[in-house]
Design a protein around this ligand. Structure first.
Ligand code: NAP
Length: 529
């Protein structure tokens, strides 16, 4: 690769693409290194059947260019993976981004040279790229979690991980298929696989709450009405905690009458989607309040799933909303099909995988294909996969051995001139990722512009600022009950991963306000040289 640039960006998902475009607009030279052969990040890799976004398409798109958002036409309420990928490719073409993206290049190491104040990135093939500024735009959910399932390598049929799905269509017709896992990826793919396969067995470790998506083609009049006031619509969205345009009732579920609770949750169940949890403001504040929506969904599961034993197994026992809520199309009804079985591997532990079967306690299930839907090494996985060595030999992998820490999810002490987009400590996964990415990218680009205008060569978060922000993140996470359940938010899905609450739970508006204050106070908490 050409081995020098001003800003080296890792990742050509929505963050890396926009940062490249933004920097170009400022006259700053930048280059993107991308492991895949195309743009799109998460939407490039996650091609499993049924993959679609659980944020409405009209909101899950860039807003930095009004012409782009006016011209692009989404076809459904929730866009499919192929449509989102097409959008990412359209953006790459529209802004001529590909000429500065090097594909098929996985970065393995990045080392800071203190004397020159610059980073050298090393790719898997040994090629290097040196840059003054280095940005990790590698996403929160980009490193597949591949549990060490005994005997998996002995399996003679195909094995697919939802997060690394083949680019060619996979045909399960006539096959006996196993899906391991029941998170969002599984919940989206199971109904589709069930319709095609001869038989499907779902191996569930923890039942998940899922709300119907009520997906449908977008009504042209509705789209027209949003586009007529897209800017205001986006501004209104940015004032809500998740940065999503929706009605969030701040009222208390505990103060509501049984009829009011029922009506509120029924209305949101019928509307569909993640806003189900917005019916009352305190559902994540106490177990007592949380039990109301949790019980509502359990009752719905029993109404939909005809076999009461199957329905029992599908009913989550944990609190609702602590793990990421799932949004589905026909998930629970799929378990009424004759060709679908469910095995609870907490009741019947998974023993091993053989050449042609998944063996659980007391049962051997013969299968032709395996779908591993076990999620990701979230939030820190991609950052720790690169051996990042900062000032004085500081290694990020060692620094984060007991869990991550960061200033605003943007920068870390001892790692000068390194920025992360939606790193730990950013509201990231609790928000609509696209506007949050845009906010981070604009903050980083403005910061680079500020440095260039003053001839600053280096920026570094101070340890005090990082410690203070991280303590604040942990304080906020300790309010309510979100952190009380095992989830990938706290690293509980990966064996041996430190249990630390990683995203910032204070919401998008407060986060943005803090970022703006930092700038207004001359980049408070950062040192320049
Ligand atoms: P996930 O939510 O982490 O789910 C992984 C599933 O695999 C869980 O059911 C988990 O069980 C199970 N599992 C993990 N390790 C296992 C093991 N060793 N043996 C058996 N089962 C195991 O992963 P995901 O479904 O890929 O979703 C991850 C996140 O990506 C979502 O939460 C969401 O934020 C995002 N996503 C979004 C969409 C969307 O926009 N609609 C779609 C897909 C993904 P436990 O619960 O017991 O750990």
């Amino acid at each position: 690769m050409e081995n020098r640039t001003e800003v080296a960006i890792v990742g050509a998902g929505f963050a890396g693409m926009y940062l490249l475009h933004r920097l170009r607009g400022m006259g700053v030279q930048a280059k993107v290194l991308e492991a895949g052969s195309g743009v799109g990040g998460t939407w490039y890799w996650n091609r499993y059947p049924g993959a679609r976004c659980d944020i409405e398409s009209i909101q899950y798109s860039y807003q930095f260019d009004d012409q782009l958002q006016q011209e692009w036409e989404w076809s459904e309420r929730y866009a499919t993976q192929p449509e989102i990928l097409k959008y990412a490719e359209h953006v790459a073409d529209r802004y001529d981004l590909r000429r500065d993206i090097q594909f098929n290049t996985r970065v393995r190491a990045a080392t800071y040279d203190e004397s020159a104040s610059e980073w050298t990135l090393q790719a898997e093939d040994g090629a290097t790229l040196t840059a003054r500024i280095y940005v990790m735009a590698t996403g929160c959910l980009s490193v597949p979690n591949k549990p060490d399932l005994k005997g998996l390598s002995d399996f003679s049929g195909p094995v697919y991980h939802t997060g690394e799905w083949p680019h060619e269509p996979v045909d399960f017709t006539g096959q006996r298929v196993a899906v391991i896992g029941t998170g969002s990826s599984a919940i989206q793919s199971i109904p589709r696989i069930a319709r095609q396969a001869k038989h499907l067995t779902v191996f569930q470790r923890t039942a998940n709450y899922s709300i119907p998506a009520r997906n449908a083609p977008l009504d042209p009049d509705y789209v027209k009405s949003i586009k007529a006031r897209y800017k205001e619509f986006r501004a209104e969205a940015s004032k809500t905690p998740p940065g999503i345009h929706a009605v969030f009732n701040p009222g208390s579920v505990l103060d509501a009458s049984p009829e009011e609770r029922e009506a509120a949750y029924e209305e949101r169940w019928q509307k569909g989607g993640l806003i189900f949890m917005g019916a009352f403001g305190d559902a994540m504040l106490s177990h007592e309040a949380n039990a109301v929506p949790a019980e509502f969904v359990r009752r719905k599961i029993h109404e939909i799933v005809k076999d009461p034993e199957m329905a029992d197994k599908l009913c989550p026992k944990n609190i609702i909303g602590a793990k990421r809520l799932c949004v589905d199309t026909e998930y629970y009804p799929t378990f009424n099909r004759d060709n679908v079985d469910l095995i609870d591997i907490k009741e019947q532990p998974l023993k091993e995988i053989t050449a042609n079967a998944v063996v659980v306690e007391g049962q051997e299930v013969e299968v032709d294909a395996l779908v591993i839907a076990t999620g990701f090494d979230a939030m820190t996985g991609a950052l720790k996969n690169v051996d990042i060595q900062g000032r004085g030999g500081a290694r990020l992998q060692e620094r984060w051995a007991d869990g991550p820490s960061s200033y605003l999810g943007l920068a870390m002490a001892d790692f000068p001139n390194l920025f992360t987009v939606t790193g730990p400590g950013s509201p990231s996964v609790f928000t609509n990722m696209l506007p949050t990415i845009e906010q981070h990218v604009e903050w980083i680009a403005d910061c680079i512009g500020y440095m260039n205008a003053r001839n600053y060569r280096c920026i570094e978060a101070t340890q005090d600022a990082e410690d203070e922000w991280w303590a604040h993140c942990q304080d906020v996470a300790s309010v309510g009950i979100k952190g009380t359940t095992d989830s990938w938010y706290i690293g509980a899905n990966i064996e041996g991963k430190p249990r630390v609450f990683m995203p910032y739970l204070g919401g998008y508006p407060l986060y943005c306000q803090r970022c703006e204050e930092v700038v207004a106070e001359g980049y408070k908490g950062f040192a320049f040289s």
